[in-house]
Design a protein around this ligand. Structure first.
Ligand SMILES: [Zn+2]
Length: 271
């Protein structure tokens, strides 16, 4: 198939490949004119001097968790509450999530919710960059960054991964690992059960649904054994998936598991 390109003086016929090659050499301003980029959260066109994946005002509107958070699940607790070892959102997880501590950028509310959705459902891969940057800051502030040996994303089942074309947790884990200077073991965990979608299940049903859903691939055993692992996912709701993945890492010999998630959601959140 060829595509017609019109210019004031010439009319040429070019293949899509030729066009892409030509587009790569255009200055950013000209490219924005031809193919305007839009902020996937606010919908407004992004200017040439705004190279990020979202509008700067959207980034500024995200309330990043401060000093008041739940060390068990990372959920922000509101001002002056201080750190809590177990918040209302994770009171059902009596045995915790198999993790030493979890960092979350914030609650699953706007605009963080739209940023997560754009990455997961819209395939907005560059969205992982600001999310990873916030997480790195939290990991540094809380003294976790220096304790991490390897980074592991929560995997999707192979069929879901094929359907979506990417694993959003890996999109987030890679820049995070790179900023921490640690290896990202994309394929360390394997999801062995094609579990049903979690969205409509209760907390207890979710736990049963994902129990034993993950195993460590034998080839990664020595890279995880006696290591402190940072487990990464985009959103945590009941924590059942996270706990199952952390358990698989511990069973494979990980000394401890820390968590990094973009947002902590409630069970009734639309996710
Ligand atoms: Zn909590």
């Amino acid at each position: 198939m060829s595509v017609q390109v019109l210019s004031p003086t010439v009319i040429i016929w070019a293949t899509p490949k030729t066009m892409l090659r030509a587009l790569r050499h255009l200055p950013a301003a000209a490219l924005d004119l031809l193919l305007p980029r839009h902020c996937p959260v606010s919908g407004r066109p992004l200017l040439a001097e705004e190279p990020g994946p979202v509008a700067p005002e959207v980034l500024r509107a995200v309330v990043v968790a401060g000093r008041d958070y739940c060390t068990r699940c990372g959920a922000p607790q509101g001002e002056n509450v201080g750190q809590v070892a177990q918040c209302a959102s994770c009171r059902d997880a009596r045995d915790g999530f198999g993790t030493t501590e979890i960092c979350a950028i914030g609650s699953y509310s706007e605009p963080l919710r739209s940023m997560c959705k754009a990455m997961k459902f819209g395939g907005a891969r560059p969205m992982a960059q600001p999310l990873a940057a916030w997480l790195v800051q939290l990991l540094v502030d809380r003294g976790i960054s220096t304790q991490v040996d390897v980074v592991v994303p929560v995997p999707l089942h192979v069929l879901r991964r094929f359907e979506r074309g990417f694993n959003q947790a890996a999109l987030l884990a890679r820049p995070l690992a790179s900023a921490l200077g640690k290896p990202c073991l994309d394929h360390a965990l394997r999801r062995v059960q094609g579990t049903q979608r979690q969205a409509r299940l209760s907390a207890l049903e979710r736990r049963k649904n994902v129990e034993n859903a993950f195993v460590l691939r034998p080839a990664f055993r020595t890279r995880v054994q006696a290591k402190s692992v940072l487990l990464v996912d985009d959103v945590m709701t009941t924590g059942a998936t996270f706990a199952a993945a952390a358990t698989a890492l511990k069973q494979a010999g990980a000394s401890q598991v820390f968590g990094a998630i973009a947002a902590r959601a409630a069970l009734d959140d639309d996710y």
